[in-house]
Design a protein around this ligand. Structure first.
Ligand code: GLU
Length: 477
């Protein structure tokens, strides 16, 4: 077989959403697995709905996911010469016909045919004596492809098997607008052929376009590619995934703190499987991915599973990598100091096992460089800051730590124990009030570990602030 050439062909009419990203990933992996080429084509013939900003955003998301393409991006808006050439052929061989009709006239006509349970076909324009097939003044023509009146169009889909369409179920369809711009079903054929695409891998929402495209391939005497239509992604309620189900753009997942390889891994498994293995490195996927294991039925998007996978990826990421991933969230003036602070890196190691997103990771780390918490967890305040004995124990602990010379785990543990006994409070409760004072939260890695990493100066500052905060905000009974 000749070299595999596949393409991802987004329309820049919105951000890259996860359905599109999954299509791109399948194409990318198919190309890499077969040592072929992955081509990027921007389908921007709908000038009104396309924008450069969306194009940039799509490229950005693809780069972030590590979907490097081998050719392109090609822009359809720059290829009108080629389309015109093929348009001429289509008109010459009479598969395409010009229709001098306004959009309103056309839509009224289609409605009237629908009422009679008829499809829109050239034959009915002629029979109805509409005179749309020759020039009319003040009307710019559209170009329409004529579909056969009978017979079938059959092709073998790599994922779905044999698919047959009845020609009598097809409407003739516009391929060139009256504003002199071409339309998807036509340009996709010209481009796939011109770019030597061997396999068209795309969402199964395009199945109904396929017979139309096959008609054009045949009319232009072009070789058909293989088609592989992959099942849609549905929300947990089995409806097509949409904004109602929460974030759908790749960019939103990035902002929420997902690692690109976690999203990549998750999306591959939506519709493709390899036994019950869940976690795959990219190299492993390149080795294993093929279209044989793509399922026929829709895949259900499961945000909890994605979160779980992300947590797994964070857990197994190097500390330096995680630092780079959260650097934009860290205040600028802290960045270079932290970069060379080995204690901060140790803290990343302690915190990453309890962080499911980079956002959580950052939230769990920020106490290290913030002078004191912006706010204290309100439940924690009720349980650990609002009891007089605990407050007194905290003050006594402060004094004890103030004169401690070696801030190591052993000395700290002893000091905590002594104060807990002296003030008759549970060690656990004392530790919780210190944890709240230092991190603002009631969960964190071991309290002695984090105090040791923080060092005396910063610990004392936070404790002092917390004591003052309690004095200002709490009235004991
Ligand atoms: N531009 C089309 C889309 O975004 C591409 C369809 C295709 O892959 O043929 O849906």
């Amino acid at each position: 077989m000749s070299e595999v050439r596949v393409r991802f062909a987004p329309s820049p009419t919105g951000y890259l959403h996860i359905g599109g990203a999954r299509t791109a990933i399948f194409n990318y992996l198919y190309a890499r697995h077969h040592n072929g080429k992955f081509i990027l084509r921007i389908e921007d013939t709908d000038i009104e709905r396309s924008s450069k900003e969306y194009t940039r955003a799509i490229l950005r998301s693809m780069q972030w996911l590590g979907l490097d393409w081998d050719e392109g991006p090609y822009f359809q808006s720059q290829r009108f010469d080629i389309y015109n050439k093929y348009l001429k052929k289509l008109l010459e061989n009479k598969t395409g016909y010009r229709c001098w009709c306004s959009p309103e006239e056309l839509s009224d006509f289609k409605n009237s045919l629908r009422e009679k349970k008829l499809k829109f076909k050239k034959k009915y324009i002629e029979e109805t004596n509409l005179h749309w097939l020759s020039e009319r003044e003040n009307i710019y023509p559209v170009v329409i492809v004529e579909t056969p009146l009978e017979g079938t169009i059959t092709y073998k889909d790599i994922v779905k098997g044999n698919i047959t369409f009845s020609a009598k179920d097809l409407n003739d369809f516009i391929i060139w607008r009256s504003n002199d711009t071409p339309i998807y079903n036509f340009v996709v054929v010209v481009d796939d052929s011109d770019m030597g695409i061997t396999h068209v891998i795309r969402g199964d929402d395009h199945i109904s376009n396929t017979p139309k495209q096959i008609i054009i391939y045949n009319a232009l005497k072009l070789e058909l590619p293989y088609f592989a239509h992959i099942p849609m992604i549905l929300g947990p309620d089995k409806k097509r995934l949409s904004k109602r189900h929460g974030a759908t753009s790749v960019e939103a997942y990035k902002q929420q703190g997902y690692l690109p390889e976690a999203l990549f891994n998750y999306l591959v498994r939506l519709g493709w499987s390899y036994g019950d293995q869940e976690i795959f490195s990219k190299d492993e996927l390149v080795g294993k991915f093929d279209l044989d294991n793509v399922g026929k039925s829709a895949a259900i998007f499961n945000p909890e599973k994605l979160l779980w996978l992300n947590a797994e990826y964070i857990k197994s990421s190097h500390h330096a990598r995680l630092f780079d991933e959260i650097i934009d969230r860290i205040p600028e003036e802290e960045r270079s100091k932290l970069r060379s602070d080995s204690n901060f890196f140790k803290l990343i190691g302690l915190v990453k096992i309890r962080s499911r997103t980079l956002r959580e990771l950052y939230e769990n780390l920020k106490f290290y460089f913030e002078p004191y918490p912006n706010e204290y967890d309100s439940k924690g305040v009720r349980k650990f800051f609002s009891k007089k004995t605990l407050y007194e124990a905290l003050r006594a602990l402060y004094k004890k730590l103030d004169v401690m010379i070696h801030f190591n785990e052993e000395n700290l543990e002893n000091a905590f124990n002594e104060i807990a006994t002296e003030y008759n409070v549970k060690l656990r409760d004392l530790a919780q009030s210190v944890r709240l004072a230092i991190t603002g939260k009631t969960v964190s890695p071991g309290i002695f570990e984090i105090i040791e990493l923080l060092g005396k100066l910063r610990t004392m500052r936070k404790l002092q602030y917390a004591i003052q905060w309690i004095e200002k905000h709490i009235t004991f009974e």
